[in-house]
Design a protein around this ligand. Sequence first.
Ligand code: MV4
Length: 500
Amino acid sequence: MFRKVLIANRGEIAVRIIRTLHELGISAVAVYSDVDRHALHVRLADEAVRVGPPLVAESYLRGDRILDAAKKTGAEAVHPGYGFLSENTDFAGACEAAGIAFIGPPAAAIASMGSKTEARARMIDAGVPVVPGGEAGSVDEAKITARKLGYPVMIKAAFGGGGKGMRWVAAEDDLANAYERAKSEATAAFGDGTVYLEKAIVRPRHVEIQILGDRDGQCVHLFERDCSIQRRHQKVVEETPCPVASGDLIDRMGEVAVRAASAVGYYSAGTIEFLLDESGEFYFLEMNTRLQVEHPITEWITGIDLVREMVRISAGEGLGYDQAAVQRRGAAIECRVYAEDPRAGFLPSPGTIDALRVPAGPFVRDDSSVYAGAEVSSYYDPLISKLTAWGPDRPAALARMRRALGEYVITGIQTNLCFHERLLRHPEFLSGNYHTGFIDDHRAALIDAPDQLPGNGEALAVALAVAVASHQQSTAGVADGDGGNGLSPWVTAHRARGLR
Ligand code: MV4
């Protein structure tokens, strides 16, 4: 096993990785940019190395400097987390060439899955269902392909991601225009304007399967996550089980996911994304060759520490268990807490956190890297916390999440906590019958609706902030600083937000 590992990342995921390293008795090396000098991941690590100025291109994306830091500190392996260099074939290759283990999949598997057209071809060969599609080397070829597939179709960038270079085309009249736009967007974003066509799936759900494989070729799946609650290709809430999927469907998706990973010689943790259509058919979408943001909900239902498994596999250890030994229990949900203002079009809201009260208690986990007085920088992702909760079934997990959200207080910046509180009370979300268009379809109820305690919400919020900032514990039920409304400063935050 490794004695020292460098974490090539920042924020909550760097903190989360350091925690597992410490549980394994491994020394952790952090890297940081100038604005992160006082960040939690730096404080928690055993050593830390500056890698550059705030801009990611000059710090967290500088593979050369990060490798130098690993060599200098004697780290035997690098964990890339998610984002940044985590799916960079050259970086993975450079680590291995330098004799430093890359805690992730082989570089060749990252490369195969990085090209959507190559990935589709490999998946078709492996017998994995993909969305029917075809080539679109010119507008004329696109027309022929689209007629074969039938409208609506999607134009997609071969090297795309995150919805960039992607266009929905309802009818042939719109094809030429959409084609040119997708092509120029793909060229600008990915330096390669190659596009192809897929038949459009109407109102799909995004359901993904977590897999784990070792270097001896053993591979298992750890069930699914439903990630359909997204906004502009940014996930907001994830849950497991998928509320509409039968055990039989998940067994079949899991078997296909293992086949997909094995077909590219995959090892480490990875995720196979599927679109699930309204008739219950599923199609391979893409593979994420990294640890994912939403991995904690899988940890909740399986009891398996995914980071620990990645480290063990990278060090050459076998999985040591088969599919039958991977059992699921209960339900889990994640709410991503972003520093953003839903009422201002979800504009990022960087700044200094004044008061912070983090939820805790039974079966609640908060993965974050913030503290009272911490600065949420505009240089990086506005994700400040991943709040997850477990319950024996979906209603219990949701009730726990509502309880936890009600404890959460963050002042000094805007957050989407109120959005989450509303989402977790929305009848349609509670029914489990939602799809990837849910947030757009329910904007009014989730964002624009007025507070349910007119006039009072603001005063309560202020009273609460004062209470938390001064660390008043529960001695006085009705404290002096209650804002004159007669309510305890420890009133739950969702009441302050105008929700029950
Ligand atoms: C699709 C689709 C419908 N039909 N492909 C969006 C991001 C990219 N990774 C794939 N995406 C989609 N591909 C076909 N053939 C609908 C989407 C899509 C989507 C997928 C998953 C989660 C949220 C989404 C939101 C809008 C569109």
